[in-house]
Design a protein around this ligand. Sequence first.
Ligand code: HEC
Ligand code: HEC
Ligand code: HEC
Ligand code: HEC
Ligand code: HEC
Ligand code: HEC
Length: 435
Amino acid sequence: MSLNRLTSRYWVRIGAMAATVLTLHFSAIAQDGTATPAPADGAAAAAPAPAAGGGDAVAGEAVFNANCKQCHAINEQVVGPALRDAHKRWPSDKALTEFIKYPQKTIDGGNAYAKGLYDKYKQYMPNHNFLKDEEIGSVIAWIKAESAKPATAAAAPVAADGKGGAAADAGAGAGIDSSFLTYILGALVLVLILLIAVLGLITTVLTKYLNNNENLTEADKEYALDAPNYKSFFGSKAFLFVVTFIFTMVVLKAGFDKVYGINVNTGYAPTQPIPFSHKLHAGTYEIDCGYCHTGVYKGKSATIPSVNICLNCHNAIKTGSPNMQKLYKAVENNKPIEWVRVHNLPDLAYFNHSQHTVVGKIECEKCHGAIKEMEVVEQHSTLTMGWCINCHRETVVKTEGNAYYDKLVKLHADKTNKPMTVENIGGLECSKCHY
Ligand code: HEC
Ligand code: HEC
Ligand code: HEC
Ligand code: HEC
Ligand code: HEC
Ligand code: HEC
């Protein structure tokens, strides 16, 4: 086989390797963008094996699920303490049974340990006098069996009903981190470049050797002295395929990025008719947002302040400034200042400020960025549907002190030990955000 043909084969191989690596990279990026958590009840986690204690503990698990699960787990604190090794914290199973049956009686009856628990959890566990002693005994047997398992393996009970935790987490973990892949890609490119250099060196050395070798046949000489045949390499089908493939991938990626970016105006900061500075007013002078944006804690719209609000101060402050003359003129002519709108959802979407600032207790900065440092307001978030949805998936509803949520919290706790997110209260329903 000729040397040149040999080298051009290597080139094609290298090209093919590069293409494979690139494809891997792009598909990983695409995955990143669209990664959705796996359906919660898709992959059922393995149910814990029947406990060593036999029938007792198995029955105990059922009693626990029916009566205790909304407040307890083995390894984590829920409403009440984690129950791992709870039996060891009590002098006897009898004392523990008595406590589970009549917690308040035990706590108020002068049991110092129980009193300590109460002081920490600030509520009485409900009485369980409706349970038979054998039933409570079986729960204790189950707690013992679960406590005997190592902590990691015992974490399964959360997902033991076949839903929740483990499955979703596994789904999230399946998408490979794209920055990690970028490093791998970089390393592979380096290796490929090194390979090319080494191959080039070998070719040169071999050519030199052949040139100096007098015992070559005519045919061999022809090959050896031939200039490298780049034409046949660059004209080869394999090379054209690789180049076309890479080019198409790059164009497609750029195209998708562009399409996803349409109508996303992050960073939009129009020039306003008066150079009003949030940095000065909300930052330096610490004027409350609600003083000017009067609707922000009360209603759907935050509202933009009328000239009158400015004049509360500026009929005395900086009266000589040309900017204030604009304010005075506006009042004289009974014409509002024509502020340029920065944030603007399409009409098809419904967004309510008070729901988020008051009920949801979310800071303005979470959505609007560091307004107190902005001379000119700019759009901080993308305001896309994905942005709303992501936050609703991740954010835990602030339910403390809000009686409206008491029932929902309880219903939710019946089903799972996971905290209640906006998604769980219907924050992903189309009709909540779309008219
Ligand atoms: C409504 C919530 C709730 C329910 C339901 C509940 N508990 Fe409790 N449990 C608590 C709280 C809170 C404490 C802490 C003691 C206190 O303040 O009363 C506690 C304490 C305990 C303790 C003592 C833990 C320790 O660290 O010593 C055990 C054991 C226990 N519970 C078992 C049970 C069992 C078994 C059931 C079901 C039959 C159950 N609990 C149902 C809320 C609950
Ligand atoms: C002294 C009055 C005043 C205070 C205080 C104030 N703002 Fe403003 N805000 C304005 C005015 C006037 C505009 C319209 C001009 C502009 O966009 O700069 C505005 C615009 C905005 C906008 C952009 C509105 C749009 O067009 O989409 C946001 C967001 C905003 N303010 C948030 C805040 C936050 C958050 C705070 C509190 C940290 C705050 N503001 C405090 C007067 C005020
Ligand atoms: C609570 C009082 C207060 C309110 C309300 C207020 N400002 Fe101011 N503003 C100030 C203070 C204080 C200064 C700084 C004055 C200085 O630098 O001496 C200032 C400065 C300014 C300046 C820069 C000074 C200049 O020379 O032009 C502008 C512009 C301005 N305000 C516009 C507004 C507008 C528009 C509104 C209504 C949306 C408004 N302010 C509402 C207190 C206020
Ligand atoms: C959960 C995200 C979120 C939070 C928190 C939030 N905003 Fe907004 N804000 C938005 C969105 C989305 C819009 C665009 C609304 C539209 O176009 O209908 C907006 C628009 C505005 C506007 C333009 C006028 C309007 O009502 O459309 C102002 C002013 C404003 N916000 C001020 C505030 C202030 C002040 C706070 C804090 C007290 C705040 N925002 C908290 C998301 C948020
Ligand atoms: C920073 C997080 C965050 C972002 C971003 C956000 N939300 Fe919310 N949203 C919440 C929280 C928290 C609640 C729950 C408030 C409560 O307890 O009712 C909520 C509740 C809602 C509700 C009421 C849901 C219900 O079931 O009662 C609607 C509607 C809503 N959001 C619409 C939107 C829209 C539209 C957007 C995007 C323009 C958006 N949200 C962006 C955090 C967010
Ligand atoms: C948490 C709030 C929220 C929920 C829930 C929600 N959307 Fe949206 N949706 C929005 C917002 C905000 C926009 C505007 C985004 C933009 O302008 O980029 C939007 C835009 C859209 C658009 C694009 C309209 C256009 O003109 O581009 C469609 C279609 C849509 N939503 C359908 C749905 C469907 C179907 C569901 C239920 C599965 C749903 N949405 C649930 C907030 C929401």
